[in-house]
Unconditional design. Structure first.
Length: 131
């Protein structure tokens, strides 16, 4: 589990996120209140910054998960899946729910974004332990 596995895991989670948010685009845009253009797409869809920040953050998450896995002796796809699922479900998602609840965000947004965090961390965990 080195640099290559971290990059591969981050890319896998990024691809999953693209599929997740393309599938849930309309409910996510409605729940998040993001401004849309005349074409119905987010007004900032052509701005590369959110995509760059996203991949950089995924590299950071995958790198930290790799570090935690190495320290904990987590090896094999099954253990990577469970550890990734636990990281997303019991660390990332509650944090998202706390922030969104205090800011009065809709429950649908919490579920969509926490779902991505949970499954994205699961993807990272599996990929990290496969490579």
């Amino acid at each position: 589990m080195g640099f290559v596995s971290v990059i591969a895991a981050a890319v896998a989670a990024y691809v999953f996120g693209a599929i997740w948010y393309m599938t849930l685009a309309k409910p996510w845009m409605a729940a998040s209140g993001v401004e849309t253009g005349e074409d119905g797409r987010p007004a900032n869809a052509s701005n590369p910054m959110p995509y760059i920040v996203s991949i950089l953050c995924l590299i950071i998450v995958a790198g930290m998960m790799r570090h935690m896995f190495a320290l904990s002796g987590i090896e094999g796809a099954g253990k990577g899946l469970v550890a990734g699922l636990g990281t997303g479900l019991f660390l990332a998602s509650p944090w998202i729910a706390t922030n969104y609840t205090f800011s009065g965000r809709p429950r649908a947004l919490i579920l969509i974004d926490a779902g991505y965090a949970t499954i994205g961390c699961t993807v990272i965990g599996v990929v990290l332990t496969l490579l």
